[in-house]
Design a protein around this ligand. Structure first.
Ligand SMILES: [Zn+2]
Length: 600
């Protein structure tokens, strides 16, 4: 029973009053333009250090970098929220263009600073670091130096950054516009409903197979109808990316995402190796689920079908209490943080039209707050998503004592705190289950998550890797995109997939994110990485929270290999490490298989 009523919509007024028409926001953006101008001038006036006495100047520039970037990101995050809550907000759309242009100007100056620092003579560099003033930033400065050294000359990189506003990021923004505009008609409970893509996707958990099938088919048809637009956007943004790589002399498409995630290729190979070697039990789970649903094989639209009538539904208030209760068992900080987020309107969860599909968490660096976006319709998977996004927000919270420049953690570890929070909720729910039916439903939920990370994400990774290889040779046709996607799905689901989802390349927004390439394997990394942290948390109890927060604080100042070694004592370039996590998932699946062995 809920005692408090938490708001279902978020509060954005604390940042700028008056929504996208806000005068405060207007003034903030004008101030941002001024900040970018003076930052660019300061960088232009700075020259490559020739002696250790430049340390003070570098520290001052770092502060200016921090302030300018935080100012812009504050606006960018809030505008992103405006667009997510109402895809028809045209003013917000214009403002997004404006901030993204400002952001590109800032990036150009920022990169110039990195270039200038990267040219510092090795001996001077060592003296600078030895001076003590830059110690806090030694990792990030070293990374800048390394990255800038691998790029084109400054003017050329500046040109690329400038051109990328319309020629690259514009494609991703066009995608969001196209999707926000899409509607499908689905008959639910005898009534025809006009639904947004997000709402129709949520029907994948509906108990009526006819509803799931119809929603899937209507969506497939909607994607197919617009497939040429999506193929154009995907080919163009990939083409842009590949052109840039080619000019820089980078032949591996994975180079940028691996560097971005501060991890080695051998670590990625070890992770997929451990997963590929252990797909059997997950395929068996899918086949069992098909049997329970009275089918020979599981079709795409049945992945999230409830296997039993008792699959729990929780209204938003109860979902919130459920999360708080289980967070509390892990540690007091996580619980009190989440309670504050629920109470203070940090979360937008209402189920209504014109919202963007999916969920996210965004940080406002000036206010030191976060906002969470999702569409909550009461399924356990919605509760898990909510816990997931709260995990992201908690990560930002843990990083508050750390300098802004040392908070830029990568995707793979970004998904660690989120999946960790998700796991607390999912695992505790299984233990608490009152009936066998409920236990089956909850184990099912966990199995679904493993399938998502080990099969769905694997399919995305396989598709994207192969698509980029073909794109190097020219534009990839829609027919070929569908084919590549279906092949990737068949392989990733290890023969346990009935009807595939060939237009998944159009429906999954992650393929259109330009901020970060290959927005897929870091999820799986985060999931398995979290599992091993979670195992330690179970061993050590509440005392672990402090260590956990120390690990989170270190997420942006070392490679993932070093992070795991320092805080977990594990070598993540070895398949063994990843297999430990996979085995925990297999245990859940085996319990599900044994509980359902007499049914269906
Ligand atoms: Zn996430």
């Amino acid at each position: 029973m809920s005692t408090t009523t938490y708001p279902v919509t978020w509060d954005l007024e604390t940042f700028f009053r008056g929504g996208s028409e806000s005068e405060e926001l207007r003034a903030h953006l004008d101030e941002g333009a001024e900040k970018v101008r003076s930052y660019a001038k300061a960088v232009a006036d700075f020259s490559t250090p020739e002696a250790a006495d430049a340390a003070e100047k570098i520290v001052a520039l770092i502060e200016q970098t921090k302030n300018t970037s935080a100012h812009l990101r504050e606006a960018g995050a809030v505008i992103g929220c405006f667009l997510a809550q109402d895809t028809t907000d045209k003013k917000a759309n214009l403002l997004q263009g404006e901030t993204s242009a400002l952001g590109a100007k800032f990036q150009t100056a920022f990169m110039s600073l990195q270039q200038k620092l990267s040219k510092t003579d090795e001996k001077v560099w060592e003296e600078l670091l030895a001076s003590g003033q830059l110690e806090e930033f030694s990792f990030i400065l070293g990374e800048w130096r390394k990255k800038a050294g691998a790029k084109l000359p400054e003017e050329q990189e500046a040109l690329i950054t400038g051109l990328s506003v319309d020629g690259y990021h514009g494609w991703g923004e066009l995608y969001d516009l196209l999707v926000g505009d899409m509607q499908v008609k689905v008959t639910v409970d005898g009534e025809e409903k006009v639904l947004s893509v997000g709402q129709a996707n949520n029907l994948g958990t509906h108990s009526d197979p006819a509803v799931r099938k119809e929603a899937f088919e209507k969506l497939e048809a909607a994607w197919a109808e617009k497939e040429e637009f999506f193929a154009k956007a995907l080919n163009s943004l990939a083409g842009f990316r590949l052109q840039v790589y080619e000019k820089r002399g980078w032949d591996q498409v994975l180079r940028e995402p691996l560097e971005y995630n501060r991890m080695k290729q051998e670590t990625l190979d070890a992770m997929w190796g451990a997963i590929s070697a252990n797909k059997g039990p997950f395929a068996e789970y899918l086949n069992r689920k098909a049997t329970l649903l009275g089918k020979d094989q599981l079709d795409w639209y049945d992945f999230f079908a409830p296997v039993s009538e008792s699959a729990s539904k929780l209204d938003y208030q109860d979902g919130a209490e459920f999360i708080l209760k289980h967070f509390g068992k892990f540690g007091p900080e996580l619980e009190s943080f989440a309670r504050m987020a629920f109470e203070n309107g940090w979360i937008e969860a209402e189920d209504r039209p014109n919202k963007r599909p999916g969920g996210f968490c965004t940080g406002m660096p000036l206010s030191e707050e976060s906002r969470i976006f999702m569409t909550y319709s009461g399924s356990m998977s919605n509760v898990a998503t909510l816990a997931h996004e709260l995990g992201h927000a908690f990560h930002s919270y843990a990083l508050r004592p750390v300098h802004q420049l040392n908070r830029q953690y990568a995707m793979n570890v970004a998904e660690t705190a989120s999946t960790f929070a998700e796991m607390i909720v999912a695992d505790a729910a299984v233990k608490e289950a009152g009936t066998k039916e409920e236990k089956i439903a909850l184990l099912e939920d966990k199995a679904q998550r493993s399938v998502s990370f080990f099969m769905n994400i694997h399919a995305r990774f396989l598709f994207e890797t192969r698509f980029y290889e073909e794109r190097k040779k020219g534009v990839v046709s829609t027919a070929r995109l569908n084919e590549l996607m279906e092949e990737a799905q068949r392989e990733a689901y290890a023969g346990a997939l009935g009807e595939a989802h060939p237009h998944f390349w159009a429906s999954k927004l992650h393929f259109y994110i330009t901020g970060v390439p290959f927005y897929n394997f870091p999820y799986t990394f985060g999931y398995l990485f979290s599992l091993s942290i979670y195992a330690k948390a179970l061993e050590e109890g509440e005392a672990f929270e402090e260590k956990y927060m120390a690990l989170l604080r270190d997420t942006a100042v070392m490679t993932t290999e070093d992070l795991a070694m320092k805080h977990l004592g594990e070598d993540i370039t070895k398949q063994d490490f990843w297999e430990k996590g996979v085995r925990l998932c297999i245990r859940d699946v085996e319990e599900f298989l044994s509980l359902t062995s007499n049914e269906g």
